[in-house]
Design a protein around this ligand. Structure first.
Ligand SMILES: NC(=O)c1ccc[n+]([C@@H]2O[C@H](COP(=O)([O-])OP(=O)(O)OC[C@H]3O[C@@H](n4cnc5c(N)ncnc54)[C@H](OP(=O)(O)O)[C@@H]3O)[C@@H](O)[C@H]2O)c1
Length: 255
């Protein structure tokens, strides 16, 4: 899709991947509507992109409603990027479902990572279909395709989002509204600090958020259904799909 002059709603625009996507879209001539919870960081991104902002908590119905209203009167976006998301590191055995500081629980995780994009889509889709054009981008995760020890609930929330996106893509076939799933591997953002455990593995090395944004823009240009960053992650994805036994043995060895 041509981005110059188009309008994009980006959730999670105040940090990390969402911020990088907002900067890249603005550099390509998009008008941006940016959402996040942190008003100061969001204002900084708005200053860099020239975008408008809506400060809102997407795990709360009123926050979601304000973003949907702002998007509908933006006027209606051509592109919606669902990048807001949170992680949780907790092993099932002995876990409580509540973060140590008591602010987040497994319900917030599901509300932010799965329900918010689904409900925002439900709110905006009818008008996009009436117009007969647009693209929805769902930011999934390699965790949602392969599963990750200690992050089972996070991985499941992303798997749910990925399956939702695949089903929606089939449902919208021929409508003029397309669906792209962005599957990042490990990306250098504050995500890991916030999930309750900093990233500690030596491999794979985190990639810069700007690289994810560049890959997404290329995928949008080609109207791709899915983009995986870094690209070599397609190898374990294919391995797990084709030979789950072999994949499971290798994953057990390398983690
Ligand atoms: N980093 C990785 O390695 C990685 C890998 C795969 C997938 N992902 C996915 O990529 C997406 C972006 O993550 P990131 O790495 O950029 O992390 P990040 O830097 O922590 O950014 C997360 C963004 O989501 C927003 N957000 C979180 N909870 C929210 C809520 N309840 N309501 C509204 N906004 C909320 C945050 O807003 P505030 O900062 O304003 O609170 C922030 O803008 C997430 O969906 C994540 O699951 C990340």
């Amino acid at each position: 899709m041509g981005l110059d002059g188009s309008r994009a709603l980006i959730t999670g625009a105040s940090s990390g991947i969402g911020r990088a996507i907002a900067l890249a879209l603005a550099a390509d001539g998009c008008q941006t509507l940016l959402t996040g919870r942190d008003s100061q960081r969001l204002a900084e991104v708005a200053a860099e992109t020239g975008g408008r902002t809506v400060v809102a908590d997407l795990s709360e119905p009123d926050g979601l409603g304000r973003v949907a209203d702002a998007a509908a009167s933006f006027p209606l976006p051509d592109l919606v990027v669902h990048a807001a998301g949170i992680g949780r590191f907790e092993r099932m055995a002995g876990g409580t479902g509540v973060d140590d500081d008591g602010t987040h629980d497994d319900g917030t995780l599901l509300a932010t990572n799965y329900l918010a994009p689904v409900r925002l889509t439900r709110a905006l889709l009818p008008a996009m279909l009436d117009r007969g054009s647009g693209r929805l981008v769902f930011v999934g995760s390699i965790a949602g395709l392969l599963g990750v020890a200690g992050e089972s609930e996070y991985a499941a929330s992303k798997a749910a989002l990925g399956t939702f996106a695949a089903s929606l893509r089939a449902e919208l076939s021929g409508s003029g509204v397309g669906v792209t799933t962005l599957i990042p591997g490990v990306v250098d953002t504050p995500f890991f600090e916030r999930r309750g455990l900093p990233y500690q593995r030596r491999f794979p090395r985190p990639v810069p958020a700007a690289r994810v944004a560049t890959a997404l823009l290329r995928a949008l240009d080609r109207e791709q259904a899915q983009v995986v960053v870094p690209g070599w992650l397609r190898v374990p994805i294919a391995l797990q799909a084709c030979t789950p036994q072999v994949y499971s043995r290798l994953a057990g060895r390398w983690g």
